[in-house]
Design a protein around this ligand. Sequence first.
Ligand code: ADP
Ligand code: MG
Length: 269
Amino acid sequence: MTAETTTTTETTDPQNRQPLVEIDSVSKRFGPHLVLDDVSLTVPHGSVTAIIGPSGSGKSTLLRTVNHLEKVDGGLIRVDGELIGYRRSGDNLHELPEREVRRQRSKIGFVFQDFNLFPHLTVLENVVEAPVSAQRRDRSEVTELARSLLARVGLAEKEGAYPRQLSGGQQQRVAIARALALRPAVLLLDEPTSALDPELVGEVLEVIRGLADEGVAMVVVTHEIGFARDVADTVVFLDRGRVVEVGPPASVIDAPSHERTRAFLRRFR
Ligand code: ADP
Ligand code: MG
């Protein structure tokens, strides 16, 4: 693989001294409802974290705080050493202007449950769009990278197709290629297979597994417990906005120490 097509996560910290993602005591309210309650989590470089938990437990909200799609009410988030959404001056935090937030967001790949491809753009155009417009990278360089990423997710022949002409599994693989084209420091995936027909889940999980094998750092919200066990370095069980249990799959999935984790996992047996 050439340097250009390498998607192993980039870092400004080659010594890996600090975590890639650091979620520090984050709280988030929607009105009176505390949906994230003092959540702390660190994601080391090159690692995969799976977030599991019941519907409504705050998984999506947590992912969305990492790229400042949701503002936190308390706590801090750093990605690759950079404070997200704020700048510090003395003891005070000042919100970053939208332009800066967009720059930060473009370093954080996000894959949504429902793909969110641009319906009026071809597959190739979907992948090329953001690096050119948001990151002002050279179109021909990005196009070359986009083609290699499409080949990587098994869709080289589909570059001229429109999203509506693809299956859900194919669309989600395009969405993954699109996120990687940003050369993100970390890839966030929010239930990437839950909108798919069962027979299409495997092809998307295979792509994600391949990225994990190459060292792409990811945080993935998933109900695919077997996949989390195989691929994740760390599993986080979130319930009612709190981290109930965190650790390697062998403990959180196979030998959970909390009754709430056990009760949740029983549904998947
Ligand atoms: P999960 O992804 O684990 O299913 P979410 O993060 O989507 O959970 O939601 C956590 C809680 O926050 C839920 O009770 C949900 O109804 C609530 N919630 C999420 N987004 C909003 C919003 N924009 N406004 C108000 N409440 C919200
Ligand atoms: Mg969700």
